[in-house]
Design a protein around this ligand. Structure first.
Ligand SMILES: C[S@@+](CC[C@H](N)C(=O)[O-])C[C@H]1O[C@@H](n2cnc3c(N)ncnc32)[C@H](O)[C@@H]1O
Length: 150
C-alpha cells in the first residue's frame, strides 16, 4: 500500500523490500559433516555440539550460565526453499511444508530446545542439536525468563 507523503516528498513507485536482513551471530560446530549424517530431530541426550558466538554478540551472552534450557535458532543454509508439498522419506504420504518440520521451507530456520552443558568464553557447549557442522547461528533465547530480581 502506498504510504502518505509530506509536502515535497517523493516516494518510489515500487514495493518495499520485505527481506528480514538477518544477521548471523556465529556458527555451530557439530559432529555431522553432511545433512544425511544428522539426526532428524536433536535429543537432549545427543552428542555435545558447540555454539560459537562471534564478537560483538559474545558480550550478549552475559548471564546465560543461569539457564539450563535454551532455544536455538539457526539457518539451514543447505536447504532448497521452493517446495509447497513435500514427500519426506520417513512419511507415509505427502504433506504441506507447514505441516512438517522439514528443513525445506521458504525461510529455512531451524529451532531446537537444547541443554546448556557449559560455557567457555564465547563458546556454549550444548546437547540437543541436529544440524550440519558449520550451520550459521541466528539467535539464542533462554527457555524461561530469569526469576525476578535474579
Ligand atoms: C528436520 S530438520 C529439524 C530442524 C529443527 N530441529 C527444527 O525442528 O526446526 C533437521 C534436518 O535438517 C537437515 N539439516 C541439518 N542441517 C542443515 C543445514 N545446515 N542445511 C540444510 N539442512 C540441514 C538434516 O537432514 C537434519 O536431519
Amino acid at each position: 500500500m502506498t504510504q502518505p507523503t509530506r509536502k515535497d516528498e517523493v516516494a518510489a513507485d515500487a514495493p518495499v523490500s520485505e527481506d528480514a536482513t538477518l544477521t548471523f551471530i556465529g556458527r555451530i560446530e557439530t559432529p555431522w559433516p553432511r545433512r544425511e549424517d544428522c539426526p532428524r530431530r536433536g535429543r537432549l541426550d545427543g552428542p555435545e555440539c558447540t555454539l560459537i558466538v562471534d564478537p560483538p554478540w559474545d558480550r550478549a551472552l552475559e548471564g546465560i550460565e543461569g539457564f539450563e534450557g535454551l532455544d536455538i535458532l539457526y539457518w539451514l543454509h543447505q536447504s532448497r526453499r521452493d517446495l509447497l508439498i513435500q514427500n519426506p522419506a520417513h512419511a507415509d504420504r505427502v504433506r504441506g511444508t507447514f505441516a512438517l518440520r522439514s528443513p525445506i521451507r521458504p525461510n529455512p530456520i531451524g529451532l531446537s530446545r537444547v541443554r546448556l552443558v557449559r560455557r567457555a568464553g564465547n563458546r556454549l557447549v550444548v546437547r540437543g542439536l541436529d544440524c550440519v557442522d558449520g550451520t550459521p547461528l541466528l539467535d539464542i533465547k533462554p527457555e524461561t525468563c530469569p526469576a525476578a530480581g535474579a
